[in-house]
Design a protein around this ligand. Structure first.
Ligand SMILES: Cc1cc2nc3c(=O)[nH]c(=O)nc-3n(C[C@H](O)[C@H](O)[C@H](O)COP(=O)(O)OP(=O)(O)OC[C@H]3O[C@@H](n4cnc5c(N)ncnc54)[C@H](O)[C@@H]3O)c2cc1C
Length: 305
Protein backbone atom coordinates (compact mmCIF):
# COMPACT_ATOMS: atom_id res chain seq x y z
CA UNK A 1 0.00 0.00 0.00
CA UNK A 2 1.17 3.51 -0.80
CA UNK A 3 1.77 5.24 2.55
CA UNK A 4 0.32 8.65 1.81
CA UNK A 5 -3.33 9.55 2.49
CA UNK A 6 -4.12 11.36 -0.76
CA UNK A 7 -6.57 14.21 -0.96
CA UNK A 8 -8.37 12.84 -4.00
CA UNK A 9 -8.39 9.70 -6.12
CA UNK A 10 -9.84 10.16 -9.59
CA UNK A 11 -10.96 6.99 -11.30
CA UNK A 12 -10.92 7.54 -15.06
CA UNK A 13 -8.51 9.66 -17.09
CA UNK A 14 -10.63 10.98 -19.97
CA UNK A 15 -11.44 14.69 -20.47
CA UNK A 16 -13.47 14.79 -17.22
CA UNK A 17 -10.91 13.10 -14.98
CA UNK A 18 -7.92 14.89 -16.50
CA UNK A 19 -9.46 18.35 -16.28
CA UNK A 20 -10.36 17.61 -12.68
CA UNK A 21 -6.75 16.56 -12.05
CA UNK A 22 -5.48 19.79 -13.61
CA UNK A 23 -7.68 21.92 -11.36
CA UNK A 24 -6.82 19.95 -8.23
CA UNK A 25 -3.10 20.04 -9.06
CA UNK A 26 -3.33 23.81 -9.40
CA UNK A 27 -5.11 23.86 -6.02
CA UNK A 28 -2.09 22.05 -4.51
CA UNK A 29 -3.96 18.85 -3.71
CA UNK A 30 -2.33 15.41 -3.70
CA UNK A 31 -4.10 13.45 -6.37
CA UNK A 32 -3.90 10.12 -8.16
CA UNK A 33 -5.64 9.49 -11.47
CA UNK A 34 -6.18 5.77 -12.01
CA UNK A 35 -6.96 5.12 -15.65
CA UNK A 36 -7.18 1.88 -17.59
CA UNK A 37 -7.22 3.79 -20.91
CA UNK A 38 -10.38 2.41 -22.50
CA UNK A 39 -12.46 5.50 -23.33
CA UNK A 40 -15.65 5.15 -25.36
CA UNK A 41 -14.24 7.25 -28.18
CA UNK A 42 -11.13 5.05 -28.62
CA UNK A 43 -12.74 3.75 -31.84
CA UNK A 44 -12.57 7.20 -33.45
CA UNK A 45 -9.74 8.83 -35.37
CA UNK A 46 -10.66 12.43 -34.58
CA UNK A 47 -12.42 14.42 -31.86
CA UNK A 48 -14.35 17.44 -33.11
CA UNK A 49 -15.94 20.52 -31.59
CA UNK A 50 -13.42 21.08 -28.78
CA UNK A 51 -12.06 24.59 -29.25
CA UNK A 52 -8.26 24.57 -29.88
CA UNK A 53 -8.38 20.75 -30.36
CA UNK A 54 -10.80 20.34 -33.30
CA UNK A 55 -9.81 17.22 -35.25
CA UNK A 56 -7.21 15.91 -32.80
CA UNK A 57 -7.17 12.14 -32.15
CA UNK A 58 -8.44 10.96 -28.74
CA UNK A 59 -4.99 9.58 -27.86
CA UNK A 60 -3.26 12.85 -28.81
CA UNK A 61 -5.82 14.76 -26.73
CA UNK A 62 -4.89 12.67 -23.70
CA UNK A 63 -1.17 12.99 -24.40
CA UNK A 64 -1.38 16.79 -24.45
CA UNK A 65 -3.54 16.79 -21.31
CA UNK A 66 -1.12 14.54 -19.44
CA UNK A 67 1.83 16.69 -20.52
CA UNK A 68 0.11 19.81 -19.16
CA UNK A 69 -0.75 18.05 -15.89
CA UNK A 70 2.86 16.92 -15.45
CA UNK A 71 3.67 20.56 -14.53
CA UNK A 72 1.86 19.93 -11.22
CA UNK A 73 3.98 17.52 -9.14
CA UNK A 74 1.26 16.65 -6.63
CA UNK A 75 -0.68 14.78 -9.35
CA UNK A 76 0.27 11.30 -10.50
CA UNK A 77 -1.35 9.29 -13.26
CA UNK A 78 -1.35 5.53 -12.93
CA UNK A 79 -2.19 3.11 -15.76
CA UNK A 80 -4.29 0.53 -13.93
CA UNK A 81 -7.87 -0.56 -13.26
CA UNK A 82 -9.57 0.24 -9.95
CA UNK A 83 -11.32 -2.98 -8.93
CA UNK A 84 -12.67 -2.38 -5.44
CA UNK A 85 -13.31 0.41 -2.96
CA UNK A 86 -13.89 0.31 0.79
CA UNK A 87 -14.07 2.96 3.51
CA UNK A 88 -15.96 6.19 4.02
CA UNK A 89 -15.56 9.94 3.59
CA UNK A 90 -12.07 10.95 4.73
CA UNK A 91 -10.54 7.49 4.28
CA UNK A 92 -11.38 5.49 1.18
CA UNK A 93 -9.21 2.56 0.12
CA UNK A 94 -8.95 1.67 -3.56
CA UNK A 95 -7.48 -1.59 -4.78
CA UNK A 96 -6.33 -1.99 -8.37
CA UNK A 97 -6.02 -4.92 -10.76
CA UNK A 98 -2.23 -4.80 -10.40
CA UNK A 99 -2.54 -5.16 -6.62
CA UNK A 100 -1.82 -1.56 -5.62
CA UNK A 101 -3.85 0.21 -2.94
CA UNK A 102 -4.43 3.93 -2.66
CA UNK A 103 -5.91 5.70 0.38
CA UNK A 104 -7.72 8.99 -0.22
CA UNK A 105 -10.05 11.46 1.48
CA UNK A 106 -12.34 12.09 -1.50
CA UNK A 107 -13.25 10.06 -4.58
CA UNK A 108 -14.17 11.22 -8.06
CA UNK A 109 -15.67 8.79 -10.54
CA UNK A 110 -14.90 9.99 -14.08
CA UNK A 111 -15.41 6.52 -15.55
CA UNK A 112 -17.37 7.52 -18.67
CA UNK A 113 -19.93 5.27 -20.34
CA UNK A 114 -19.50 1.96 -22.19
CA UNK A 115 -21.28 0.71 -25.30
CA UNK A 116 -23.14 -2.55 -25.03
CA UNK A 117 -22.07 -5.02 -27.76
CA UNK A 118 -23.32 -3.92 -31.19
CA UNK A 119 -25.82 -6.46 -32.53
CA UNK A 120 -25.85 -5.46 -36.23
CA UNK A 121 -23.49 -7.57 -38.41
CA UNK A 122 -20.64 -5.41 -39.69
CA UNK A 123 -21.39 -2.38 -37.47
CA UNK A 124 -18.42 -2.91 -35.14
CA UNK A 125 -16.06 -2.74 -38.17
CA UNK A 126 -17.27 0.73 -39.17
CA UNK A 127 -17.96 2.21 -35.71
CA UNK A 128 -15.95 5.39 -35.20
CA UNK A 129 -14.65 5.38 -38.80
CA UNK A 130 -17.82 5.88 -40.82
CA UNK A 131 -20.57 5.01 -38.30
CA UNK A 132 -21.15 7.57 -35.57
CA UNK A 133 -23.46 8.47 -32.73
CA UNK A 134 -23.52 12.28 -32.71
CA UNK A 135 -23.98 14.63 -35.70
CA UNK A 136 -22.34 17.49 -33.77
CA UNK A 137 -19.20 15.36 -33.47
CA UNK A 138 -19.11 13.89 -36.97
CA UNK A 139 -21.88 15.42 -39.12
CA UNK A 140 -19.63 17.98 -40.82
CA UNK A 141 -17.40 15.30 -42.38
CA UNK A 142 -20.53 13.58 -43.79
CA UNK A 143 -22.31 16.71 -45.04
CA UNK A 144 -24.38 16.21 -48.21
CA UNK A 145 -23.45 12.51 -48.30
CA UNK A 146 -25.89 9.60 -48.56
CA UNK A 147 -26.37 8.19 -45.04
CA UNK A 148 -28.28 5.46 -43.23
CA UNK A 149 -29.84 5.96 -39.80
CA UNK A 150 -30.18 2.69 -37.88
CA UNK A 151 -32.87 3.15 -35.26
CA UNK A 152 -36.36 1.89 -34.41
CA UNK A 153 -38.29 4.36 -32.30
CA UNK A 154 -37.45 7.57 -30.43
CA UNK A 155 -33.99 7.67 -32.05
CA UNK A 156 -35.55 7.95 -35.53
CA UNK A 157 -37.45 11.12 -34.70
CA UNK A 158 -34.36 12.50 -32.94
CA UNK A 159 -31.95 11.82 -35.81
CA UNK A 160 -34.15 12.60 -38.84
CA UNK A 161 -34.84 16.31 -38.18
CA UNK A 162 -31.38 16.81 -36.66
CA UNK A 163 -29.41 15.21 -39.51
CA UNK A 164 -31.41 17.14 -42.10
CA UNK A 165 -29.19 20.09 -41.14
CA UNK A 166 -26.18 18.25 -42.63
CA UNK A 167 -27.70 16.23 -45.50
CA UNK A 168 -31.09 15.50 -47.02
CA UNK A 169 -29.92 12.18 -48.42
CA UNK A 170 -30.68 9.61 -45.73
CA UNK A 171 -32.57 6.35 -45.37
CA UNK A 172 -33.87 4.92 -42.11
CA UNK A 173 -33.32 1.22 -41.47
CA UNK A 174 -35.29 0.04 -38.46
CA UNK A 175 -33.72 -3.47 -38.57
CA UNK A 176 -37.06 -5.14 -37.87
CA UNK A 177 -40.51 -3.76 -37.04
CA UNK A 178 -40.34 -0.06 -36.22
CA UNK A 179 -41.64 1.46 -33.00
CA UNK A 180 -43.06 4.58 -34.65
CA UNK A 181 -46.54 5.96 -34.29
CA UNK A 182 -48.69 6.42 -37.40
CA UNK A 183 -48.24 10.20 -37.03
CA UNK A 184 -44.46 9.80 -37.03
CA UNK A 185 -44.56 7.56 -40.13
CA UNK A 186 -46.68 10.20 -41.87
CA UNK A 187 -44.24 12.95 -40.85
CA UNK A 188 -41.35 10.98 -42.38
CA UNK A 189 -43.39 10.32 -45.57
CA UNK A 190 -44.06 14.04 -45.90
CA UNK A 191 -40.33 14.69 -45.71
CA UNK A 192 -39.76 11.90 -48.29
CA UNK A 193 -37.53 9.93 -45.90
CA UNK A 194 -37.50 6.22 -46.84
CA UNK A 195 -38.15 3.91 -43.85
CA UNK A 196 -37.17 0.26 -44.40
CA UNK A 197 -38.24 -2.33 -41.82
CA UNK A 198 -36.53 -5.44 -43.19
CA UNK A 199 -33.79 -6.76 -40.85
CA UNK A 200 -30.20 -5.89 -41.78
CA UNK A 201 -28.18 -8.82 -43.15
CA UNK A 202 -24.82 -7.03 -43.26
CA UNK A 203 -22.96 -3.76 -43.42
CA UNK A 204 -20.35 -3.98 -46.17
CA UNK A 205 -17.24 -1.87 -45.72
CA UNK A 206 -13.64 -1.40 -46.84
CA UNK A 207 -11.10 -0.38 -44.19
CA UNK A 208 -13.88 0.80 -41.89
CA UNK A 209 -15.59 2.89 -44.57
CA UNK A 210 -19.15 1.73 -45.15
CA UNK A 211 -20.08 0.99 -48.76
CA UNK A 212 -23.63 -0.31 -48.39
CA UNK A 213 -26.18 -1.70 -45.99
CA UNK A 214 -27.68 -5.00 -47.16
CA UNK A 215 -31.12 -6.12 -45.95
CA UNK A 216 -32.37 -9.71 -45.52
CA UNK A 217 -34.54 -9.40 -48.66
CA UNK A 218 -31.46 -8.50 -50.76
CA UNK A 219 -32.13 -4.75 -50.92
CA UNK A 220 -28.87 -2.81 -50.92
CA UNK A 221 -28.59 0.78 -49.72
CA UNK A 222 -25.35 2.41 -50.90
CA UNK A 223 -24.17 4.96 -48.33
CA UNK A 224 -21.07 6.72 -47.03
CA UNK A 225 -21.99 6.98 -43.38
CA UNK A 226 -24.24 5.67 -40.63
CA UNK A 227 -25.69 7.22 -37.49
CA UNK A 228 -27.13 5.07 -34.72
CA UNK A 229 -27.77 5.07 -30.95
CA UNK A 230 -25.91 2.34 -29.06
CA UNK A 231 -27.12 1.06 -25.70
CA UNK A 232 -24.95 2.46 -22.92
CA UNK A 233 -24.01 1.40 -19.41
CA UNK A 234 -21.89 3.14 -16.74
CA UNK A 235 -18.18 2.79 -17.52
CA UNK A 236 -17.57 0.91 -14.25
CA UNK A 237 -19.62 -0.94 -11.63
CA UNK A 238 -17.67 0.74 -8.81
CA UNK A 239 -20.05 3.68 -8.19
CA UNK A 240 -22.91 1.22 -7.74
CA UNK A 241 -20.76 -1.10 -5.61
CA UNK A 242 -20.35 1.60 -2.96
CA UNK A 243 -24.00 2.60 -3.01
CA UNK A 244 -24.15 5.52 -5.46
CA UNK A 245 -27.57 6.00 -6.97
CA UNK A 246 -27.67 5.21 -10.70
CA UNK A 247 -30.49 6.09 -13.14
CA UNK A 248 -32.09 3.49 -15.42
CA UNK A 249 -30.00 4.95 -18.25
CA UNK A 250 -26.81 4.10 -16.31
CA UNK A 251 -25.98 7.63 -15.17
CA UNK A 252 -24.55 8.32 -11.70
CA UNK A 253 -26.96 10.69 -9.92
CA UNK A 254 -25.21 13.91 -8.85
CA UNK A 255 -26.19 17.40 -7.73
CA UNK A 256 -25.08 20.61 -9.46
CA UNK A 257 -21.63 20.28 -7.84
CA UNK A 258 -21.06 16.67 -8.93
CA UNK A 259 -21.82 15.27 -5.45
CA UNK A 260 -23.35 11.78 -5.29
CA UNK A 261 -25.56 10.52 -2.46
CA UNK A 262 -22.47 9.03 -0.74
CA UNK A 263 -20.52 11.59 1.38
CA UNK A 264 -17.10 12.37 -0.10
CA UNK A 265 -17.91 10.74 -3.45
CA UNK A 266 -18.31 12.75 -6.65
CA UNK A 267 -18.84 11.95 -10.32
CA UNK A 268 -18.32 13.96 -13.52
CA UNK A 269 -18.28 13.61 -17.30
CA UNK A 270 -20.29 11.16 -19.39
CA UNK A 271 -20.82 8.94 -16.32
CA UNK A 272 -22.86 11.67 -14.62
CA UNK A 273 -24.45 13.52 -17.52
CA UNK A 274 -26.30 12.90 -20.76
CA UNK A 275 -24.29 15.54 -22.62
CA UNK A 276 -21.88 13.20 -24.35
CA UNK A 277 -19.33 15.76 -25.51
CA UNK A 278 -15.66 15.95 -24.59
CA UNK A 279 -15.82 19.67 -23.85
CA UNK A 280 -18.87 19.20 -21.59
CA UNK A 281 -17.07 16.36 -19.77
CA UNK A 282 -13.96 18.49 -19.30
CA UNK A 283 -16.05 21.42 -18.02
CA UNK A 284 -17.88 19.21 -15.52
CA UNK A 285 -14.56 17.73 -14.42
CA UNK A 286 -13.23 21.22 -13.73
CA UNK A 287 -16.32 22.37 -11.80
CA UNK A 288 -16.52 19.18 -9.78
CA UNK A 289 -12.82 19.48 -8.89
CA UNK A 290 -13.54 22.97 -7.56
CA UNK A 291 -16.37 21.59 -5.41
CA UNK A 292 -14.10 18.85 -4.03
CA UNK A 293 -11.36 21.37 -3.33
CA UNK A 294 -13.81 23.68 -1.52
CA UNK A 295 -14.94 20.80 0.67
CA UNK A 296 -11.36 19.78 1.49
CA UNK A 297 -10.30 23.35 2.30
CA UNK A 298 -13.35 23.96 4.47
CA UNK A 299 -12.75 20.73 6.41
CA UNK A 300 -9.11 21.69 7.01
CA UNK A 301 -10.10 25.26 7.98
CA UNK A 302 -12.55 23.97 10.58
CA UNK A 303 -10.14 21.35 11.94
CA UNK A 304 -7.41 23.92 12.39
CA UNK A 305 -9.61 26.70 13.77
C1 LIG B 1 -17.73 7.21 -31.62
C2 LIG B 1 -17.64 8.42 -30.74
C3 LIG B 1 -17.20 9.63 -31.25
C4 LIG B 1 -17.15 10.75 -30.46
N1 LIG B 1 -16.73 11.91 -31.00
C5 LIG B 1 -16.70 13.03 -30.25
C6 LIG B 1 -16.29 14.25 -30.82
O1 LIG B 1 -15.94 14.33 -32.00
N2 LIG B 1 -16.33 15.36 -30.02
C7 LIG B 1 -16.74 15.30 -28.71
O2 LIG B 1 -16.75 16.33 -28.05
N3 LIG B 1 -17.11 14.13 -28.15
C8 LIG B 1 -17.10 13.00 -28.89
N4 LIG B 1 -17.50 11.82 -28.33
C9 LIG B 1 -17.90 11.82 -26.91
C10 LIG B 1 -16.65 11.86 -26.00
O3 LIG B 1 -15.81 10.78 -26.33
C11 LIG B 1 -17.09 11.74 -24.55
O4 LIG B 1 -18.08 12.72 -24.25
C12 LIG B 1 -15.89 11.95 -23.61
O5 LIG B 1 -14.84 11.06 -23.91
C13 LIG B 1 -16.34 11.75 -22.16
O6 LIG B 1 -15.24 11.96 -21.32
P1 LIG B 1 -15.16 11.23 -19.90
O7 LIG B 1 -13.90 11.70 -19.30
O8 LIG B 1 -16.41 11.43 -19.17
O9 LIG B 1 -15.10 9.67 -20.23
P2 LIG B 1 -14.09 8.82 -21.13
O10 LIG B 1 -13.38 9.68 -22.11
O11 LIG B 1 -14.88 7.68 -21.65
O12 LIG B 1 -13.00 8.31 -20.08
C14 LIG B 1 -13.34 7.41 -19.04
C15 LIG B 1 -12.06 6.68 -18.65
O13 LIG B 1 -12.30 5.98 -17.43
C16 LIG B 1 -11.62 4.74 -17.52
N5 LIG B 1 -12.16 3.80 -16.52
C17 LIG B 1 -13.43 3.33 -16.41
N6 LIG B 1 -13.52 2.50 -15.35
C18 LIG B 1 -12.28 2.47 -14.79
C19 LIG B 1 -11.72 1.77 -13.67
N7 LIG B 1 -12.46 0.96 -12.90
N8 LIG B 1 -10.41 1.95 -13.39
C20 LIG B 1 -9.63 2.77 -14.15
N9 LIG B 1 -10.10 3.44 -15.23
C21 LIG B 1 -11.41 3.29 -15.53
C22 LIG B 1 -11.89 4.30 -18.96
O14 LIG B 1 -11.03 3.26 -19.39
C23 LIG B 1 -11.63 5.63 -19.67
O15 LIG B 1 -10.26 5.79 -19.99
C24 LIG B 1 -17.54 10.67 -29.09
C25 LIG B 1 -17.96 9.44 -28.56
C26 LIG B 1 -18.01 8.33 -29.36
C27 LIG B 1 -18.45 7.03 -28.78
Amino acid sequence: MREQLLDVAIIGGGPAGLNAALMLGRARKNVVVIDEGRPRNAVTRETHGFLTRDGVSPSEFRRIAQEEISAYPSVSIVADTAVSITGTDGQFLITTAQGETFACKKLLFAVGMKDQPLDVPGLAEVYGKSAFVCPYCDGWELRDKPLVIISKGAGVMHFAPLLSGWTNRFTICTNGPDELTEAQREELRQHRVPVLNTPIRSIDSIDGMVQQVVLEDGTTIPCEGIFFSPELVTGSDLPQSIGCHITEAGMVVVDDFGKTNIPGVYSAGDAASRQYQAIAAAAKGAFTAAAINNELNLEAWRRNG
